[in-house]
Design a protein around this ligand. Structure first.
Ligand code: KIV
Ligand code: ZN
Length: 527
């Protein structure tokens, strides 16, 4: 008995592959305000592909037409990563997922159903047997679309061990080849979660027929630690997100998981195939698209992660880098923010650089419009960096075939002797709308003038300004978060003029809000 267990665990002691499953576009998008449109999701997917992410969870196709289109689009365009779609254990979800992943070269469907007592009773109102039957039935239905099947017993971290083992055994027998163990509410601690994985792998008779995966939430700040503890106990897939984005406090952060495994190869008996030099560009892109800033002291991708403040540290690093640094900044892409272009650069150079940072310009119309913006910026700011280009693109958020407002013009007066005043002209469906307002400051006046036109009745929750590169001529990036009837969205806008950037950000949020009103949340809706 003891020998059998040891053999199973020893199977993992040789260096094997740790599958990186990125869920930035699905769980990450469940983060309040982190909504993304189809083209933004595709841009992120392209960077994830460059990172060599094994599986990209591209969305939850039944949730909305936008989510379906995003998964379909990503499936059509990404070749080097498996594209996964999420589905509750319900026929209509599975069919939507199956249709959305059809164009993919390599595809997977991830289905889930809750297995904790509290979820089964209060959310699903189902018995244990009904839950098992539903899971098995769904796995069988998925086979119509793909044989790459992932099953998650939702809230596994709080589920009864024997029941969990039973449903997993049945799921594997039915054809699931990845079993994902979610700590849905971020309740577990590392030793306990590692132990859970070890015991499941040891006790489930057919556990060798599936890869065990983990999906940890960060409610207690333990998502990465729990994931790594699980890896040390046999898990061979980690579900994670760029910058740790995700529902509530987020998911395990991809960059922390990957860099820990890479840096501590003396401890881990597995490795990933992530091309780590794309980590920082991916982090910046996700931050700029979602409007979620990265805290300066965030591991790996924070602005201070490789900055040495104290004199002793600086002296040590200059003499010998390894005195205080365990990783090289360039290995995670810190030096990638290249000085790329200037006033005299041409269209071709611009198009090539956009492609290098993961954005394919569709046609000459788009190139001309971006080139004009680029030239205007280059007139004000002589050195254009990759971050500036990211901001130029993020400003062009119009797509998804929705009718949206754009800023035609704005005139704001800031005068120490009279009230700040703003006059704005917006355009929608080729019609112009003009309005004006006073305000507490020029930004406030601009928002009030815009609100008079759009009538969104939303509540402003957050307003923040960052400069994208150094200098007072830098592009300023503004993030605006608004809320209406429980739906929260972030908008971003950038310009060398902060008032214009603010107006753009506000309109971006308004447009997203109108596109988001009937989206379905995978875990709040009953089966
Ligand atoms: O947190 C969770 O349980 C999930 C599942 C859908 C895997 O996101
Ligand atoms: Zn989750």
């Amino acid at each position: 008995m003891h020998t059998a267990k040891t053999i199973k665990i020893n199977m993992y002691n040789k260096k094997d592959k740790l599958v990186i499953f990125d869920t930035t576009l699905r769980d990450g998008e469940q983060s309040p305000g982190a909504s993304m449109n189809v083209s933004e999701k595709l841009r992120i997917a392209k960077v994830l592909e460059k990172l060599n992410v094994d599986v990209i969870e591209a969305g939850f196709p039944i949730a909305s037409k936008g989510d379906f289109d995003a998964v379909f689009n990503i499936s059509s365009n990404i070749k080097n990563s498996t594209i996964c779609a999420l589905a509750r254990a319900i026929d209509k979800d599975i069919d939507a997922a199956g249709e959305a992943i059809k164009p993919a070269q390599s595809s997977r469907i991830h289905t889930f159903i809750a297995t904790s007592e509290i979820h089964m009773q209060k959310k699903l109102n189902m018995t244990k047997d009904e839950v098992i039957n539903q899971a098995v039935k769904s796995i069988n239905r998925i086979k119509k679309y793909t044989d790459n099947i992932e099953f998650s017993p939702e809230d596994a971290g709080r589920s009864d061990f024997d029941f969990l083992s039973k449903i997993i055994e049945k799921a594997i027998s039915a054809g699931a080849n990845t079993i994902n163990i979610p700590d849905t509410v971020g309740y577990n601690i590392p030793s306990q979660f590692g132990d859970l994985l070890k015991k499941l792998i040891e006790n489930i008779p057919n556990s060798d027929k599936a890869i065990f995966s983990v999906h940890c939430h960060n409610d207690l700040g333990l998502a990465v630690a729990n994931s790594l503890s699980a890896v040390m106990n046999g898990a061979r897939q980690v579900e994670c997100t760029i910058n740790g984005l995700g529902e509530r406090a987020g998911n395990a952060s991809l960059e922390e998981v990957v860099m820990t495994v890479k840096t501590r190869q003396d401890i881990f008996s597995c490795d990933t195939r992530i091309d780590t030099k794309h980590i920082v560009p991916a982090s910046k892109l996700v931050s700029s698209i979602t409007g979620f800033p990265v805290q300066p002291n965030k591991a790996i991708v924070g602005a201070n992660a490789f900055a040495h403040e104290s004199g002793i540290h600086q002296d040590g690093v200059l003499k010998h880098r390894e005195t205080y640094e365990i990783m090289k900044a360039q290995d995670v892409g810190w030096l990638e923010n290249k000085l790329v272009l200037g006033k005299h650069s041409g269209r071709n150079a611009l198009k090539t650089r956009f492609s290098e940072i993961g954005y394919e310009i569709k046609d000459s119309g788009e190139l001309n419009s971006l080139f004009e913006k680029f030239k205007n910026l280059a007139d004000i700011k002589h050195e254009i960096y990759d971050d500036d280009l990211h901001a130029l693109i993020s400003n062009t958020s119009a797509d998804d075939n929705i009718s949206f407002y754009s800023l035609s013009s704005i005139r704001s007066i800031s005068d120490s002797k009279s009230d700040p005043h703003s006059i704005v002209v917006l355009e929608k469906n080729k019609k112009c709308f003009e309005s004006e307002s006073n305000g507490g400051g020029p930004v406030d006046a601009a928002f009030k003038a815009i609100e008079k036109i759009v009538n969104s009745e939303s509540v402003l929750q957050l307003y923040s300004v960052n400069n994208i590169t150094d200098g007072t001529d830098s592009l300023g990036e503004v993030t605006v978060r608004i809320e209406k009837n429980g739906i929260i969205v972030n908008g971003i806008g950038s310009d060398t003029d902060i008032v214009i950037a603010s107006a753009k950000a506000y309109l971006d949020a308004i447009n997203k809000l109108s596109n988001k009103s009937n989206i379905l949340h995978p875990q709040l809706d009953h089966v």
